[in-house]
Design a protein around this ligand. Structure first.
Ligand SMILES: NC(=O)c1ccc[n+]([C@@H]2O[C@H](COP(=O)([O-])OP(=O)(O)OC[C@H]3O[C@@H](n4cnc5c(N)ncnc54)[C@H](OP(=O)(O)O)[C@@H]3O)[C@@H](O)[C@H]2O)c1
Length: 286
């Protein structure tokens, strides 16, 4: 079996390559950067606009990079592949009505990407499946928990607004790689999209407290009343520390973002691990 993988150098792509190789697949992996060969993996240099050396046919295409770019590439490509597995995000639903125009635009692009992949697959008689992770961790380079861990490691503390009690379901990147492989061979998954939450639902502040508790020495968690937090957050922004974190994201700390794993469990045995704080706190290796 031969797979073509986009986004293979990413947080989810890297464990997916290991799992594909372990399951006996030959892998063609696309990257914009030169990469050293790994067992069972041949790297092609390119992106989602242009890539030389693509074969005429593969058994499956996996997309672990930006979904909107992949949807455009897939609609225009002629490559023959009976199965397509593409990662999107639960942000497609969670940020749909955000007060932040940038977040609403992301949600729109994710939804259009999903629709585009399903429509292009239908035209060519291929079976596509969309996979939507919640908050990803485990590779040491995600923008939530790894970023909080890096900040707290440098300073010895982390600060949250009081009552940051919105529920979260952090999901380990390796569980997502396993899900992609399982969905690939599941009879019920073609033409469907699945939310892929982690195996534990917990309040945001508890998630951060456990993350900090897994670090040595454990940084302190400070919880500030909303007006004080707003001042501290404003100062952090001015200092460039809170880059990319808007008011909408801070407001969501009190909102539950909870998704249903049952359809994925039913159709391809999805069984993600409980929140592994030690793994979330570990810096990226290599
Ligand atoms: N991170 C999260 O918390 C999270 C949460 C929910 C869903 N997701 C989704 O899960 C998937 C994988 O996430 P990730 O964080 O592992 O991926 P990522 O870091 O966003 O991207 C994975 C890889 O895609 C390639 N890539 C990025 N931008 C590209 C572009 N404009 N054109 C072509 N290639 C590009 C890069 O590979 P090269 O540099 O080697 O080309 C990158 O290493 C994505 O669809 C993401 O939206 C992520």
């Amino acid at each position: 079996m031969r797979a073509l993988v986009f986004g293979a150098s990413g947080q989810i792509g890297a464990p997916l390559l290991r799992r594909l190789h372990g399951a006996g697949w030959d892998v063609l992996a696309v990257s914009r950067e030169p990469r050293s060969a790994a067992p069972g993996v041949q790297w092609l240099r390119g992106d989602l606009q242009h890539c030389d050396g693509l074969p005429a046919a593969v058994d499956a295409i996996f997309s672990c990079g930006p979904l909107d770019h992949f949807a455009r590439w897939y609609a225009a490509s002629r490559i023959d592949a009976p199965r397509v597995l593409a990662f999107g995000s639960t942000s497609a639903a969670a940020k749909l009505d955000s007060a932040d125009p940038g977040e609403r635009d992301l949600a729109r692009r994710l939804r259009e990407g999903e629709d585009g992949v399903l429509a292009a697959a239908a035209v060519r008689g291929a079976a596509a499946t969309l996979l939507r992770p919640t908050l990803v961790y485990g590779a040491g380079r995600d923008l939530t928990l790894a970023r909080i861990a890096a900040f707290a490691r440098r300073r010895g503390w982390m600060v949250l607004p009081a009552r940051a009690t919105g529920l979260r379901q952090p999901v380990h990147v390796d569980d997502l790689a396993a899900a992609a492989l399982a969905a690939q061979s599941a009879a019920a998954s073609p033409g469907r999209g699945y939310d892929l939450p982690g195996g534990e639902t917990l309040p945001y502040r508890e998630m951060v407290a456990r993350l900090l508790g897994a670090m040595q020495p454990a940084p302190r968690l400070l919880e500030l009343p909303a007006p004080l937090f707003a001042i501290a957050f404003g100062a952090a922004r001015l200092a460039g520390v809170a880059r990319g974190i808007g008011d909408a994201a801070v407001g969501r700390l009190r909102e539950d973002l909870v998704f249903d794993a049952d359809p994925a469990a039913r159709d391809f045995g999805y069984a993600p691990r409980r929140f592994d704080a030690a793994s979330a706190a570990a810096p990226a290796s290599g």
